[in-house]
Design a protein. Structure first.
Length: 593
């Protein structure tokens, strides 16, 4: 690389000089850069987002400024033998591609020509002289996907119009006798890439790919609800399923038995984990993909929608020296996220925090995380017993599933450890009954249990289209019957941002059961759950429904959402207590929830 002694010119000026950008477009991008949604984004990325320039034009200008050759990557430029000169993980994380080596000089394609430290690192790792060329991020990722034995699939290379993509597939695939070969063809790869790309873009938690009567239907679960995304011809199902199996390392020849796998993809330079499950059906295999976009999930308790009084009680529970803290709720209610946030809150260099999970969903610093391997006998009870010999201070158990796991967790709590876990129950008080039904003695539960947090997720009203309204009389009557009074009612009328649903995003509603001496005595005496619930309510426990209607009063969610999610939760004290706020006060219509 030549040394450039002249003062560097700004990217915007370079683009204007080249004629790729006009002054108005530059001013528009600079103004956008000051907006919160573009905080931390580079000017070049913003110009591409606003469609003022192409990525090729931006990289070409940067290459000229740094006096580095600009190349359009082509697999024919690459020597397959030099790929192994750099660790595969290093190539994927830094988007660098060794192209060829001539007389001790390695030519490497990079996407950030200004990163001189990267060049020095490559020279150190390879013990070769390094010459760099510049390419676009898009070209680098496309080439990266085609590398042999690539373990990370890059899915950014998506054509703009997916309808055209589907048409290409119809024309390209007529004979699917060789499914593996067809699954590796570009049109099928593009279709699967689009499905994953669009799911991540829409914020979907799950992708359902299933055979309908005359087509393959793709649906996304967004904010807890399923929405149809697209339909493709039915005869493409085997090829699409096989492509997903190849990505997840599954057996494409096995179509009679269910299979499970995992795959990592890269999207906009962030890693997304996918859990793949296939199940044979009448018209073909159904595939469900769980999308784990850890970069979009906050692991800070204060960001998870806790009311102030519930958060303070929960913090007291997770900072106790020993005992059991349980988070309960149905599948998909955010239990794991809450537990990870709790661990994140208390993990320090002075604590040995260990987890036993199946699977590991988030990777946290300062925490030792272990994966259950039931096929080789490393079950939850076995892993937990072994872990107790690793001198832990805090143990997080992914789930209490049976008597052995529950009994081991309680013994760990009684011997001076703080144990976190999850349980599937309808409310906090039912956790005691659930443990008893598993076979754990009531006196052990009473001695070890400290805190139970029950939670659900309700959809948030879209702040872009939120309005006040007068609810139907049945809703008012329902609330009056339950003892709740609202001054103002909010709802979302529907807009592009919320897909015309009136809702965008989700927030938790919670119920905290803090075990005091009276409750310990009741649990030890094997009191029925109704008695335990009455004691808790009398001592100030806020129920799921009560916390939900506090958020309704503040304009965060709607009455219908709370009744749908927590309406079947039994309540034994009527009328309900007055609705205090969660501590944040009423939200103005313009404020982001």
């Amino acid at each position: 690389m030549k040394t450039n002694t002249k003062a560097p010119r700004r990217l915007g000026n370079l683009l204007v000089e080249k004629g790729y950008l006009d002054a108005a477009g530059l001013e528009s991008a600079l103004a956008a850069q000051r907006q919160p949604e573009y905080k931390g984004r580079l000017l070049g990325e913003i110009l591409v987002d606003l469609q003022h320039c192409t990525e090729d034009q931006i990289v070409e200008c940067l290459a000229e400024e740094y006096d580095i050759p600009y190349v359009k990557l082509d697999p024919r430029l690459m020597d397959p033998g030099v790929i192994e000169l750099l660790p595969r993980t290093y190539i994927e994380e830094n988007l660098v591609l060794p192209l060829f080596c001539v007389e001790g000089t390695l030519t490497v394609a990079v996407t950030e020509p200004s990163n001189l430290f990267l060049v020095d690192e490559i020279a150190t790792l390879t013990n070769l002289k390094v010459q760099v060329v510049v390419t676009t991020t898009r070209d680098a990722r496309r080439t990266l996907t085609n590398l042999p034995n690539s373990k990370v699939f890059v899915i950014d290379d998506i054509i703009e119009d997916h309808d055209t993509d589907v048409t290409l597939i119809e024309d390209a695939i007529e004979d699917i006798s060789d499914v593996e070969e067809i699954a590796g063809q570009s049109p099928v790869i593009r279709l699967v890439n689009y499905i994953i790309f669009n799911a991540a873009k829409e914020g979907a938690s799950d992708i359902h790919i299933e055979a309908a009567e005359r087509c393959v239907r793709v649906r996304y679960r967004i904010d807890g609800k399923l929405y149809k995304s697209l339909e493709v011809p039915l005869h493409l199902l085997p090829a699409v399923t096989s492509r997903i199996k190849i990505m997840a390392g599954l057996d494409i020849s096995e179509r009679r038995l269910p299979q499970d796998g995992r795959v990592n993809v890269m999207l906009n330079r962030r890693r997304i984990d996918l859990r793949v499950s296939t199940f044979p059906g009448q018209r073909g295999e159904k595939t469900v993909i769980r999308v784990l976009d850890t970069s979009s999930t906050s692991l800070i308790l204060e960001d998870l929608g806790f009311a102030e009084d519930i958060l303070n009680g929960f913090l007291a529970g997770i900072k106790a020296p020993n005992g059991i803290v349980l988070v309960t709720g149905p599948t998909g209610s955010g239990k794991s996220t809450t537990l990870y946030a709790a661990l994140n809150q208390i993990s320090t260099m002075e604590n040995n925090v260990c987890t036993v999970e199946d699977p590991i969903e988030y990777h946290l610093p300062l925490i030792n995380q272990f994966q259950v391997q039931e096929k080789i006998g490393l079950t939850f009870p076995v892993a937990l017993r072994t872990l107790l010999r690793q001198d832990p201070d805090v143990v997080m158990l992914g789930e209490i599933r049976d008597e052995e796991t529950g009994r081991t967790a309680i013994q760990a709590a009684l011997t001076g450890h703080l144990v976190f876990s999850t349980l599937h129950t309808n409310d906090a008080c039912a956790a005691v009954t659930r443990l008893v039904n598993m076979g754990v003695e009531a006196y052990l539960i009473g001695a070890a249990l400290n805190t139970v947090l029950a939670q659900r997720l309700v959809r948030k009203i879209c702040v872009k289209c939120r309005q006040t309204y007068e609810p139907p009389r049945p809703i008012r009557r329902t609330l009056e019957k339950l003892g709740y009074e609202m001054d103002v009612y909010y709802r979302g009328v529907g807009c592009r941002r919320c897909r015309n649903t009136g809702y965008a995003g989700r927030v938790g509603i919670h119920e905290l059961l803090a075990i005091d001496d009276e409750l310990r005595d009741a649990i030890t005496a094997e009191a029925p759950v109704s008695t335990i619930r009455n004691i808790a309510r009398r001592n100030g426990m806020v129920t799921l429904r009560h916390d939900g209607f506090r958020k309704v009063k503040e304009g965060v969610t709607s009455v219908e959402e709370v009744l749908h999610v927590a309406g079947d939760v039994p309540e034994f004290v009527t009328p309900a207590a007055p609705l205090p706020t969660t501590g944040a006060g009423p939200l103005p219509l313009s404020q982001e929830v």
